[in-house]
Design a binder for this molecule. Sequence first.
Ligand code: ADP
Ligand code: MG
Length: 246
Amino acid sequence: MNADRELLVATGVRKIYRTGSVAVTALDDLDLAVRPGEMVGVMGPSGSGKTTLLNCLSGLDDIDAGRVEIEGRDLFAMSDAVRTEHRARTMGFVFQAFNLIPVFSAVENVELPLLLVGTRPHEARSRALAMLDRVGLGHRVGHRPSEMSGGEQQRVTIARALVGRPAVVWADEPTGNLDTTMAGQVMDLLCALNRDEGQTIVLVTHDSAIGARVPRLIRMRDGRLVGDVRQNVPGGAEAAADLSRG
Ligand code: ADP
Ligand code: MG
């Protein structure tokens, strides 16, 4: 593995949840490397550790063993404060629940992460407006979340995740709350951002139709990586056939 070329390198990552006398090994000696510009799908059955992988590799949650490096920096060697700051500057997040601030308009939601890292208000506003335009919501900038469809709300969260030009965007079941049409539109957008702008994206899904659309698909079972394939996209037929063989 050529560490210089990797954006993210996880080695021997272990995560154990302890609840009373029960211990669940959610990540078991996991290795993963992601290059700049990759779009990586993470699939696996419910409980296989997909969300844990995302939370641990992004440093949202602690690990029990191993090492995670982003752009050559050891995530867990940082203090909590430094890690939080590092996350705000290098990572964007998109979750199944849109997690927008209900009393804020679309543009206020999108500019917030920029304001939090000290971007001047005028610049934050203009970048948020440009990003909303990029996700096809130039006509909705003043709407509150409750005044938008689920697909529109998720495109606002994607704009919010990308506005700071993060090194990596983590998405956990981003289409999980959307109907098929809206899910397709959100995937179109994520794929375009990866293809056209080289945005690195790690996307967790349990939906094989979504998994068929990503250039690289890794599969998890019981906290371990059990597959890692590069697929021909668009089309995804090859991948779909592969998945149906299970
Ligand atoms: P997935 O996202 O693939 O459905 P998760 O990463 O959420 O899987 O969970 C992996 C395993 O860890 C499961 O067995 C789950 O029950 C367990 N788990 C997840 N979060 C917690 C937690 N906060 N406390 C205890 N066990 C957890
Ligand atoms: Mg999950």
